[in-house]
Write a new protein. Sequence first.
Length: 463
Amino acid sequence: MVHPGQAGAVAGRPAQLLDRPQFEAAREALAAAITAHRGRLPNTFTTPLHGLSATLAALGILDKPDRKRVPDRGQPGHWKTLEQQCPVMTATMRRYLAQMSISMRPGSIALIDTTLRHLASYLTGHHPDVTTVTAIRRTHIEGFNTWMTSRPGYRGSSGPAKTTGLHYGQVIFEGLKAHRRTDGSMALFRPHEHARRFQRSARRLAMPELSEPIFLEAVERVVASDQEWLSDDPGLSLYVRPLMFADEASLALRISRTYTFLTMAFVTGSFFGDDIDAVTVWINRDHPRAMPGGTGDVKCAANYGPSFTAQGEAEHHGCQQVVWLDAVEHRWVEELGGMNLFFVRGSGESTELVTPELTGTLLPGVTRKSLLTLAGRLGYQPREERISVSQWRDECRTGQITEVFACGTAAVVTPVGEVRGDDGGWTVGDGKRGPVTAALRAALVGIHRGLAPDLDGWMHPVG
């Protein structure tokens, strides 16, 4: 559920105060809502509600003995007058709360304390961006419940240094895009596929599986809220990042009892820049990305931090990305950075489009799956098979492999022109983008933007 009354602060400017009769009426409505819903709140929200009550007392909205003071959490036992500390913030918070109280619903009171912190950060200028975030919290007993929306930036619960996700890695995420169509509408690319992969990631990390309807609601909300930031520039899209992390404040080495799921979005261009030039890649033999039985086929945060060393090595050798090999023999090609790889063999009617088969150590990319479908429609023969580094090199030298490209949500379809490694390097084709790569990219982008028929219903409209 999104909090109503978001107009309390627009574009960083405090709104005008309600007049006294309006404020008094809203104050009574808010106090009545608190009284009506206090007993329905789960124990999880006891602390936020306590902080909320103190804040409302300081604003004169709720009658308490200490109605002019709130505790300064940074200095236990010390009290400050909120009016003196930040009068502009207080005035805006009054209007914000008053507007919100008009359509208060069960459970929403529990999250007002967090909302106030978002607003305070916004008005005082301490915020990282203008990204809208939708978030929903789950406890092991109550299940996922109340939605909240904040703009800008999500601040999360207190005590982040002690959260289970930060210490033990219970963190998963997704990445998908919303595109501006030629008719001006917005549509997400295959969000159902991303929702199902998000579930697989959660299952692998012993986290609660989010239902597809909730996942879809989250991404739809953030796209609907932020679509105004996306122009009709065909090179831009709205990147959406759903995230779930264990948020229980505990250092116990066990599965977390509580989790937060949130979604954020931002405008982005191509992963490798606006010009679709071929990239140079580095063969990494020392740092495997994933091992059999591990987490290579899911999107968890723990997969990415260890990859930075190899990526840094690739950049040191003048390459944009690193090629990951298998962890057992160190010879089978698996992925390129966070992307899937495709190899083009032959030309004309005999053209084959080959990608490494899914062995449990590769991420099953949504773009990868889509291109395997599009390849057949364009007259290419799609195949999944294992390809070794030596085979890649030899087939490039004989001209059997004519093109290589990477694909993914961020990269879309990006050509690979040169390969380097400790034992030398080689060029793919003429080192430039080839016709098969260009055709597949055009077909995919055409569906994104509504320039080509969406035969499979991949695009999910956002109203």
